[in-house]
Ligand binder design. Structure first.
Ligand code: NAD
Ligand code: DAU
Length: 344
């Protein structure tokens, strides 16, 4: 079972598994919140080894029923509330889904697998944000103490602790990965890169928080999915692996690169899109810098990103230029309400 498979990263994981493992039965469990979109999976929706279950991880009865029905051998858990800005305005939704929803899955897996844990695996997909914020130097290691700073990262940290506690107390076979910022096709346009591509395309201001000198480590989403495949099959039980792009960018430098690329695609004069940059009030409690040291994953399992940032960004822009319909569908209705509340 893959939870959150209709979301950004989940859809890439589902596609990879459906195409790579014809002899697995892959169940995608998703509540289809604003961030879930079955259009992300159009190309594989009729595959013989794929099933979609519209279900909510907050509904324990529903979850127990699905574990009884399918007798899952493995869970790859991506379903979550994932947007930091939304966690600032509505923390409870994050505590509910990310903490209680994860507990519901752990309880169902524990009941099904009790006394028969051999060959089973609960894979919890987490974030580098649980480690807090870095100064100008240094990297997050798997041993870095947790220091979450936003309601989102605190809820993800709580879920990581629960998974480890179930491993320790009930012998739940688990792995956890903590990944840096993803980008790529199907990214909901409320996060930095897809939001700014959309705004450049439609000539809207580019809302850069604070001084724009916040730093993130960017990874192409398909490389995250490849890492998940590798860790799910070959990672050591009870271990944590950090996943990152070896690719740090200050927001403002990244935005300028994006503007430059978009000028070329849109046939605009050089420097035209940069004029849309608009510094606005900072995000409360904004983490200054994230940077992952992914050496453990590289040394143990041989993983390394397959595309450079320039290649990945170019593929991403191509996808957003070619998929107007997808973008129009997700930016109508509720999106407009969110946008005007967040940025006006
Ligand atoms: P997303 O917001 O695009 O997708 C989340 C998916 O979960 C959606 O399909 C949504 O419908 C589903 N979902 C939400 N609540 C649910 C519920 N109660 N029951 C069932 N399904 C529910 O998120 P994403 O960016 O793809 O992130 C996926 C996971 O990866 C999250 O756990 C996130 O914390 C983690 N992560 C994300 C990033 C990133 O840069 N996006 C980086 C590291 C880790
Ligand atoms: O580090 C991994 C995390 O990356 C994931 O766990 C989260 O699910 C994911 O959303 C992402 O969190 P960030 O907060 O880093 O991503 P976001 O795209 O929201 O913001 C990236 C940076 O850009 C951050 O410093 C805030 C800034 N920003 C963002 C938005 C939406 C702006 O300056 N303006 C904006 O409008």
């Amino acid at each position: 079972m893959i939870t959150g498979g209709a979301g950004f990263i989940g859809s890439h994981v589902v596609r990879l598994f459906v195409n790579t493992y014809p002899n697995y039965r892959i169940v995608n469990l998703d509540a289809l919140t604003y961030a879930g979109n079955l259009e992300n999976l159009k190309d594989i929706e009729n595959a013989a080894n794929y099933i979609f279950e519209h279900a909510d991880i907050n509904n324990a009865e529903q979850i127990n029923g699905l574990f009884a029905k399918y007798k899952f051998d493995g869970v790859i858990h991506l379903a979550a509330e994932s947007h930091v800005d939304r966690s600032i305005t509505d923390p409870n939704a994050f505590i509910q889904t990310n903490v209680m929803g994860t507990a519901n899955l752990l309880n169902a897996a524990r009941t099904l697998w009790k006394g028969n844990e051999e060959g089973k695996r609960f894979y919890h997909v987490s974030t580098d944000e649980v480690y807090g914020s870095l100064g100008e130097t240094g990297f997050f290691l798997e041993t870095t103490p947790y220091d979450p700073q936003s309601p989102y990262s605190a809820s993800k940290a709580a879920s990581d602790h629960l998974v480890r506690a179930y491993g320790n107390t009930y012998h739940m076979p688990f792995v956890i990965t903590n990944c840096s910022n993803n980008y790529g096709p199907n990214h909901f346009p409320e996060k930095l890169i897809p939001l700014f591509i959309h705004n450049i395309k439609t000539n809207r201001p580019l809302p850069v928080y604070g001084d724009g000198k916040y730093t993130r480590d960017w990874l192409y989403v398909v490389d995250h999915a490849r890492a998940i495949d590798l860790v799910f099959h070959k990672g050591r039980n009870g271990e944590t692996y950090n996943i990152g792009g070896f690719n740090e960018w200050q927001n403002i430098e990244l935005v300028k690169l994006l503007c430059k690329e978009m000028d070329v695609r849109l046939g605009r004069e050089a420097g035209e899109s940069e004029k849309l940059i608009n510094y606005i009030k900072d995000r409360p409690g904004h983490d200054r810098r994230y940077a992952i040291d992914a050496t453990k994953l590289n040394k143990e399992l041989g993983w390394y990103p397959s595309v450079t940032f320039e290649e990945g960004l170019s593929k991403t822009i191509d996808w957003y230029m070619a998929n107007d319909e997808w973008l129009n569908n997700v930016t109508s209705g509720e999106y407009q309400k969110y946008y005007s509340t967040q940025y006006n």
